[in-house]
Design a protein around this ligand. Structure first.
Ligand code: HEM
Length: 510
């Protein structure tokens, strides 16, 4: 896709993982010191959410209904709400909780050393609980076979899903006292017993230890035979699937990749997922126009991503990166260019090499800007790569735009306001308003519900730049703290034309 796109926020989190990355990179990162692996909790949450799917009715699936189901014994423990509470800050009009649950699973598997799973956004959050169809360890094999069949997985696939899921994390005594005993200590307050000897690595040890008779999986070889569901499941086809996994690590990885891809894409039939999201090679990052001290300024960052060996070896300080813009009349000029400087420290991506470059360009307000391209190379002696956003350049519109550094909550009054700049020489201004979407809490789940409100923009007066007038609007967030992303559309009708600008941001303080 090209920028801007409806899934920009998810693409950012997929590529840069600013919010989720810290908790799952490395895979062994605990939620709290000594307690629970975030990676394992998030992967388990994805399966439990998906497990409400029914292939006959087409209802349920990965739809964040799990938020309404956390009081059920089958979802025992804090993992589900712990996970959702992490994910809430990423929710927005364009990033549903269910898309975030799926994204988290994809990032976890990759971060733990597993396969790259193609990620498709577009999930829609449920408004109520689904059926109680998550398997529990004390149930018998016939029950599990029929539960997985309802979810769309045959016996071989059931064995695969369980083995692939149980290659990280383990079972906690605090939640499963009938399965685990004598494991709670000062350094292990939840009494976790791991599924295999590499509990924070996505590898085939869950299978090789099982086949070689050295399994430590507490729901395969635990003292309570009733809750040894992994043993019943692993042996359900005479150990054929587990033997295949044990003898061939690559086969394990590829099977887990395709099974988990199906797992995260198991959604209600009414939901149609978008195309696979992949990191954009060049993307603006919090780049926006502003009227600052009497000038029109383009400021923010440009992100450059690549999977090439040359990119991996690059030193960002030596990379030539030039932003070339086109003015409002569609004209280019050799002087419409600025070199960008590398941002420090470098950022990482699970998928390849990633570098950020800072832009702060004072534009001629009379000539303005309508788009730009980025010419760059990973090595100063290599030919330049032309980053033109699929051919058309990166579009910008300088007639009516948000002043993003003035989107903030007043510390004293608690009021959140937005400031916009609108050209005053383009004809009479008709309607000028913002439409903003934000999350509000709802009963029965920690998942937020998105609400959209429209508010007129009010002219404050002339800005520090005579060509632009300053407008403002007060947001009504219903007293909700501004922890979440707010997607705001600005619409201004000027001289028979409609100009729009959109940004997604959680407001700062002012
Ligand atoms: C018959 C099916 C299944 C049963 C009975 C089952 C049972 C369990 C149990 C009892 C735990 C311990 C939870 C805790 O103490 O916090 C657990 C953990 C886990 N399960 Fe499953 N599970 C099943 C299938 C799956 C599948 C298909 C996945 C795939 C993603 C999965 C992923 C996980 C993960 C990652 C953990 C570790 C959680 C942690 O360490 O916090 N499980 N499972």
């Amino acid at each position: 896709y090209v920028w801007p796109g409806p899934y920009d926020l998810l693409e950012d989190e997929y590529t840069v993982s600013t919010v989720l990355g810290d908790f799952i990179e490395p895979c062994s990162a605990p939620v709290l010191p000594g307690i629970r692996l975030a990676a394992a909790e998030w992967l388990r949450t994805a399966y439990h959410d998906m497990a409400t799917h029914n292939v006959s009715t087409g209802l349920g699936g990965l739809d964040a209904s799990i938020g309404f189901e956390t009081d059920r014994p089958q979802n025992i423990g804090s993992a589900m709400n712990d996970s959702l509470n992490f994910f809430v800050s990423l929710q927005s009009r364009t990033s549903s909780m269910s898309d975030i649950i799926a994204l988290a699973a994809v990032l976890v598997v990759k971060s733990c050393g597993g396969p790259g799973i193609p990620y498709r956004p577009g999930r829609i959050d449920a408004t109520e609980a689904g059926p109680a169809t998550v398997p529990e360890p004390q149930q018998d094999l016939a029950t599990h076979i029929s539960m997985f069949a309802s979810q769309g997985f045959n016996v071989t696939e059931m064995i695969g899903l369980v083995a692939c899921g149980h290659t990280i994390g383990g079972v906690h005594q605090v939640d499963f006292p009938f399965t685990i005993e004598n494991s709670i200590t000062d350094s292990n307050p939840d009494g976790i017993v791991h599924f295999d000897d590499t509990f924070a690595t996505f590898d085939n040890h869950i299978a090789s230890q099982w086949i070689s008779g050295q399994s430590v999986d507490p729901i395969a070889v635990g003292f309570n035979a009733t809750t040894n569901s992994d043993a019943r499941i692993f042996a359900a086809d005479g150990n054929a699937t587990m033997s295949g996994f044990a003898s061939n690590p690559d086969h394990f990885q590829s099977q887990c990749g395709s099974l988990f891809e199906r797992m995260v894409n198991t959604v209600p039939n009414s939901v149609h997922l978008a195309d696979v999201l992949e990191p954009l090679p060049v993307k603006p990052h919090r780049l926006s126009l502003a009227v600052t001290d009497g000038s029109l300024v383009l400021a923010g960052q440009i992100r450059i991503f690549s999977t090439s060996a040359e990119a991996a070896a690059a030193s960002p300080d030596d990379m030539p990166v030039t932003l070339r813009w086109t003015d409002r009349n569609g004209k280019t000029n050799a002087t419409y260019a600025a070199s960008l400087t590398a941002d420090f420290p470098p950022t990482t991506s699970l998928w390849g090499s990633l570098y950020f470059f800072n832009a702060k360009i004072v534009l001629d307000a009379g000539l303005g800007i309508s788009s730009f391209v980025i010419d760059y190379a990973f090595d100063p002696s290599s030919p330049l790569i032309h980053g033109d956003n699929g051919g058309g350049g990166f579009p910008l519109q300088d007639i009516a735009f948000f002043q993003s550094n003035q989107f903030c909550t007043n510390i004293t009054t608690g009021d959140t306001s937005v400031t916009a700049m609108i050209r005053n020489d383009m004809g009479p201004i008709g309607d000028a308003y913002i439409e903003y979407t934000f999350g509000v809490s709802q009963p029965g789940t920690v998942v937020l519900r998105q609400v959209t409100v429209r508010t007129a923009l009010t002219r404050v007066g002339n800005s520090s730049l005579p060509l632009y007038d300053e407008y403002t609007a007060l947001l009504d967030l219903g007293g909700f703290p501004t922890i979440t992303n707010i997607v705001t559309d600005l619409v201004a009708e000027i001289g028979q034309k409609t100009y729009t600008d959109v940004f997604t941001l959680s407001p700062g303080f002012c």
